[in-house]
Design a protein around this ligand. Sequence first.
Ligand code: IMP
Length: 193
Amino acid sequence: MRQLLFFSNNKNKIIEIKKIFKKFNLELLSLNDLNISNEPEETGKTFEENAKIKSDYGFNKTGIPCFADDSGICIESLNWKPGVLSKRFLNDFKSNEACFKSVIKSTKKNSQQNAYFKTSISLTVKENQNVVFNGKIDGKISEQAKGGFGFGYDPIFIPKNYNKTLAELSTREKNEISHRSIAIKKLINFLIN
Ligand code: IMP
């Protein structure tokens, strides 16, 4: 069976992605499986650049074809930020709840509810040879944080045409529509063709 390394230590992402890969004849490894704990600095200005930094690093370290994702939320009332700084932005608050309250407040204050999640996946198959796949999901910021599934900003994001937050959807339901699953499906299409 062909091996493929997913350059991530994020348990939730690994669960989401392993579920998607289940149907395919590929052994999906994560950083934990290979005892890799070092990660490169994400110095890119775009999701694409950061994903490439990580997939190149994983390939160079292991020689195994490696893909990495970089994702985040872009919020209209915050001038489409935090984007690539999504993780840092959340961690700078004393709790996720404090961050959610602040985002909801700015959404209400500016009467701008739109938001989207974006994922870029970079696959490095050979030295200096990578391909990028993008996925995006449009939606809006909820009026209050809701739901216990998922991670990150899921409790305050309502996908377009839905009336529940991503955190109120099961992993399977989220996988049907999420930015990450759209990018992953493009990656899988590329791999099987
Ligand atoms: P990463 O760099 O791809 O790990 O993502 C950066 C941050 O964006 C994460 O720490 C989360 O806060 C947020 N994020 C990315 N994807 C999702 C998602 O599917 N749901 C909620 N938050 C997400």
